[in-house]
Design a binder for this molecule. Structure first.
Ligand code: ATP
Length: 143
């Protein structure tokens, strides 16, 4: 197991995407620290994750207090609020994280994330749409 695999993973945003990423990583044996500004979501996820914190992830001082510089990887799972998404990536990059995954909602959002410090940009809805089309295609070929 590499050193990075043993480090906890930071997940910012516990919407449908961030929630699924967090719970799946925990099931796989990783420690997950999740941050969301929504108190109800924080309560909902608290039993399932190593640590869940209610905070504004665009605030670099808050992230610094959480010790995120020591984390192996971070996932910024904010999509709709592009400003919050970009500012969170910027804060993490400024704190020295070098493995930052971020969710993008469109190409321009993706380009901004890359320039701001994201090392991996993902498009979950687009990828899932492509995957579903492949599954439908396979089923149709079976008949
Ligand atoms: P989904 O994954 O459900 O499709 P989405 O792409 O619509 O989500 P948002 O709803 O914008 O993304 O954000 C996802 C989560 O991030 C929400 O639970 C929201 O409360 C949280 N969030 C948004 N801004 C911040 C912030 N500044 N700090 C912490 N959490 C935030």
């Amino acid at each position: 197991m590499s050193a990075d695999r043993r480090k906890p993973v930071l997940v910012i945003g516990l919407g449908r995407f961030g929630g699924a990423v967090s719970r799946t990583l925990e099931r796989m044996g990783h420690e997950v620290l999740a941050v969301d500004c929504d108190a109800e979501l924080v309560q909902e996820f608290a039993p399932d994750l190593t640590k869940v914190v209610e905070a504004d992830a665009t605030d670099e001082a808050v992230l610094e207090r959480l010790g995120v510089a020591d984390f192996g990887s971070a996932v910024v799972a904010i999509g709709t609020d592009i400003e919050a998404s970009v500012l969170s990536v910027l804060a993490l990059a400024d704190l020295g994280l070098t493995n930052i995954w971020a969710k993008a909602t469109n190409d321009k959002h993706a380009r901004i994330l890359e320039r701001t410090g994201a090392t991996h940009v993902v498009f979950p809805e687009q990828r899932m749409g492509e995957r579903t089309a492949h599954l439908i295609n396979e089923r149709l070929l079976d008949f």
